[in-house]
Design a protein around this ligand. Structure first.
Ligand code: FAD
Ligand code: SF4
Length: 462
């Protein structure tokens, strides 16, 4: 008999095989595995897992439906709170949210809520089941800027309330980071992201791509000339940060955003696309977050020896444990307590290496983590032919600089009320990474939902 203290294990592609392809790493649960895992849930009355979920999915209820093989009901329960369950089931940091507080975790492993959500969402995709659209439309126009999780959630919620919603997206395809940032091997684009975006469209949401708000048209023009009564800004935080060290402009230095976008959106990994990326021999990815892991695992799959270069120790890596574990199993090499101080170039200005220093951990800094301190005389050269900077991102100032009266803080993040998304400009709401700086899919969705509530109240009282 299975050990109820442990999660039903999830099947995965073999580490050696997957390191050479872009197919999804995790296979998810089949029906029998999902029902077995669901039976581990004791359906608590005051379910802590629900309070741990930023969009408050009724977790015990959907798990109860799984136990009874009522997968359609399970999907409709989740769909009440989340427009992107197949995405969230794959990329949410459940260990620090719903699963982090599950009572099963007090003695043993928590219920595998994320994998159960993924199972239900994938089942609904396979069966072609869609969320229910609004029965009555009110015809009032709302514009949403950006088609990432914040924009999609806000648009979906408003459409369910009967609004006439148009999303304006700068790129040629919708999805935001779900499409251009998170790699195919963690989040399949055609089979998962595109299907969940189509579900949002099936609610009546229109998506206009190749429209850059602030260039093609401004927010003031949308309101004053195009009849939009309210606007939600979900434009993300797509502006990469750099180290400002010598040599950073050399050929072969990428931001993680550029490297991943070329691969995910422009399909550089596929021979049938004419948008290739530089073939690298040995790559250093600078940084230790989830984005760094994605870039390192992508470089590995493109044939490079792939290194994560991080200035603190492995214990401080900010990436999810699952991501670090996957990266190491696949062959990514961790060079911790190491920091580059110069990018070295050849006579044609191509990267040939990095001058690095060794670090040790000192006293805790403002973040509570021990501060990395340079070890005197520890300089050494590391030979690489490409460097990928993964040091974080901030919002692009294009929208704030072209919108009168829109307040931003010193990091260019839009100032907005957390509960309603209301900004300093009447009728304009905002949420997601554009407000918080780089965060997570589910927090962007929570903000999209708050923005939809805020806009609905504003327009109802107008
Ligand atoms: P985005 O997803 O950035 O979407 C913003 C959209 O707005 C984009 O499509 C952009 O093109 C568009 N836009 C920008 N400016 C304009 C304009 N002027 N006019 C029109 N459109 C505009 N989070 C997790 O929870 N789990 C993970 O595993 C995870 N992995 C990640 C991996 C990578 C590589 C990256 C980069 C991020 C990852 N994140 C992860 C973070 C998560 O993806 C983001 O927090 C989330 O996507 C933010 O959603 P958003 O809707 O606010 O913005
Ligand atoms: Fe089930 Fe855990 Fe939620 Fe309790 S806390 S209802 S056991 S998933």
């Amino acid at each position: 008999m299975a050990d109820v203290l442990k999660k039903v294990p999830v099947r995965e592609q073999d580490a050696k095989v997957r390191a050479t392809n872009f197919e999804e790493v995790c296979y998810g649960y089949n029906e029998a595995e999902a029902v077995e895992e669901a039976n581990r849930c004791i359906e608590c009355k005051n379910a802590r897992c629900v309070t741990g979920c930023p969009v408050a999915i009724d977790i015990p209820k959907f798990i109860h439906h799984i136990k009874e093989n009522k997968f359609d009901e399970a999907f409709q329960t989740i769909a009440k709170s989340s427009a992107l369950p197949a995405v969230c089931g794959r990329v949410c940091p459940q260990e620090s949210q719903c699963e982090g507080v599950c009572v099963r975790g007090l003695k043993g492993e928590p219920v595998s809520i994320g994998k159960l959500e993924r199972f239900v969402a994938d089942w609904a995709i396979e069966k072609g089941i869609k969320p229910e659209p609004a029965k009555v439309k009110n015809g009032r126009k709302v514009a949403v800027i950006g088609s990432g999780p914040a924009g999609l959630t806000c648009a979906g919620d408003l459409a369910k309330l009967g609004y006439d919603v148009t999303i304006f997206e700068a790129l040629h395809k919708p999805g935001g980071v779900l499409l251009y940032g998170i790699p195919e091997f963690r989040l399949p684009k055609d089979d998962i992201v595109a299907v969940e975006i189509n579900n949002v469209k099936s609610l009546g949401v229109k998506i206009e791509t190749n429209v850059i708000i602030g260039k093609s048209v401004t927010i003031d023009e949308l309101i004053e000339e195009e009849g939009f009564e309210a606007v939600f800004i979900g434009s993300g935080a797509g502006l990469p940060m750099f180290m400002n060290i010598p040599g950073e402009n050399a050929n072969g230095v990428f931001s993680a955003n550029e490297y991943l976008t070329r691969n995910n959106l422009m399909k550089a990994f596929r021979d049938d696309y004419k948008t290739p990326i530089m073939k690298c021999r040995k790559v250093a990815v600078i940084g230790g977050g989830n984005v760094a892991m994605d870039a390192a695992r992508t470089a590995l799959r493109l044939g490079a020896e792939s290194h994560i270069v991080y200035r603190r120790s492995e214990a401080e890596l900010p990436a999810r444990i699952e991501e670090i574990h996957h990266a190491k199993n696949e062959g990514v090499i961790l060079d911790v307590l190491t920091n580059p101080v110069e990018i070295l170039t050849d006579e044609n200005d191509w990267v040939r290496g990095m001058r690095c220093v060794r670090m040790e951990l000192g006293e805790p800094d403002a973040s509570g983590r021990r501060r990395p301190v340079v070890i005197e005389g520890s300089e050494f050269e590391m030979e690489v032919d490409a460097v990928i900077m993964s040091l974080g991102t901030s919002p692009n100032p294009l929208i704030s600089s072209t919108t009168k009266g829109l307040e931003v803080n010193k990091w260019q993040c839009i100032v907005a009320n957390e509960e309603s998304g209301k900004t300093s400009k009447a009728g304009v709401y905002a949420g997601g990474d554009a407000v918080t700086g780089a965060a997570t899919v589910i927090l962007a969705m929570e903000a999209g939902r708050a923005g939809a509530d805020g806009i609905h109240k504003y327009l109802t009282e107008k």
